[in-house]
Design a protein around this ligand. Structure first.
Ligand code: ADP
Length: 266
């Protein structure tokens, strides 16, 4: 009887000791992961800042040359410089996204709320994307009611959200396709629903809940036909959530996508 009890107590003590060991290992691993995560965040922020400064200088010289003040350009020179200008704009966009991500990860991403005329913001976003839509053969439409209430929002960040969703609606589309934005004001609630739809390639069911994750792209590496690094939707989601709104998508592979997000009216 005594031996059985002794054996049981021994097993319980061994079990407790192994639990304490595992607990310490877990704490140690968690500490290491946290350190790595902090290192990654400061690396991200440092690299993005270091890239931005020389890029601003390059972009400045390219646009100066394009003014032809330093000297006249022949057609091939103009064409090469135009390509350089487009590529620096693309890199700049990428760096801005990396900087936004590092702000989000450090908890330093903030919104500056004010009463925003959303119609003006949408018109500005559409006109900034018109050229790109035309060159990709996509019809860009806005389907706005006569008057929309103002929303409580960060003007720049909401412009970024709308532009990003419309850019995707153009990018993941086909020649002859459509991209459109509409907004619904619900009379019975204080919400405004934004709806960005396209007739593009669509999203597979498996990917629907992953596309808002940072760096996630539905097309596998090596098969990618579209530019970008998979950060736009993660940033967009953070912006909408900082406005206490929500964002979601409905789509079917091959049959277009519709992204929705909601904001509060003022
Ligand atoms: P990026 O555009 O840089 O790839 P995003 O974060 O904006 O990154 O989008 C993540 C992924 O979600 C895209 O790579 C694409 O696979 C998918 N996606 C986003 N918008 C659309 C859309 N309108 N139609 C089809 N797929 C989309």
């Amino acid at each position: 009887m005594g031996t059985i009890r002794y054996n049981k107590e021994l097993k319980i003590r061994e079990f407790e000791e192994s639990l304490t060991r595992k607990n310490m290992e877990l704490k140690e691993n968690y500490k290491k992961l946290k350190e790595l995560d902090e290192l990654k965040s400061s690396f991200l922020s440092m690299v993005s800042h270091e890239l931005r400064t020389p890029l601003t200088t390059i972009a400045g010289y390219v646009s100066l040359l394009l003014t032809e003040k330093p000297g006249a350009l022949n057609p091939p020179q103009r064409e090469y410089l135009k390509t350089a200008e487009e590529e620096t704009e693309f890199l700049n966009h990428l760096i801005e996204e990396l900087l936004d991500l590092s702000r989000i990860e450090r908890g330093e991403f903030r919104v500056n709320l004010e009463s925003v005329d959303i119609t003006q913001t949408i018109i500005k976003a559409i006109s900034s994307l018109q050229l790109s839509a035309d060159s990709q053969g996509v019809l860009l439409e806005n389907d706005l009611p006569q008057a929309l209430p103002f929303v409580l929002a960060d003007k720049e960040r909401i412009y970024q959200t709308i532009t990003n969703l419309l850019e995707n609606a153009i990018k993941f589309n086909r020649r002859g396709g459509k991209a459109a934005i509409s907004v619904f004001s619900h009379p019975e609630s204080n919400k405004l629903t934004f709806c960005i739809r396209d007739t593009g390639i669509g999203i597979k069911e498996d990917d629907l809940d992953k596309i808002f994750n940072k760096f996630y792209q539905a097309e596998p590496l090596g098969k990618r036909r579209f530019g970008g690094c998979g950060l736009g939707l993660a940033i967009t989601k953070s912006i909408v959530e900082l406005h206490k709104g929500r964002i979601w998508v409905e789509s079917k592979a091959g049959r277009g996508s519709t992204f929705f997000f909601e904001l509060e009216k003022t």
